[in-house]
Design a protein around this ligand. Sequence first.
Ligand code: ZN
Length: 114
Amino acid sequence: MHEMAIVDNLFKIINVKIKEHQIQKVLKVKLKVGEMTAVEEMTLTKCFEVYAQNTVVEGAELIIERVPLQGKCLDCTNVFRVYNYKFQCPKCESRSVEIIAGRELYIENLEIEQ
Ligand SMILES: [Zn+2]
């Protein structure tokens, strides 16, 4: 399962931080998730809860912030929102499009109990 692998990776990062800062309790985990990652929020949350069990992350709120898919035309430099994975510039119809947002998948911040 795609989401399970993602959560596994996230927890590797979280655990390093927990050790590094000797965190006793994590209250919130804020994630940036790009549209391109095709992550299913419900599944991600469920996996997160499973991984959080019996750790200092247990009971923490998972906040998923979605990042819309954005492209930049390499011919006319137009920046536009990509819908339905249609990578074509709406201005000049060029297909030379670079993805500039929407591939993110990272922890933006951890809110911890001081
Ligand atoms: Zn263009």
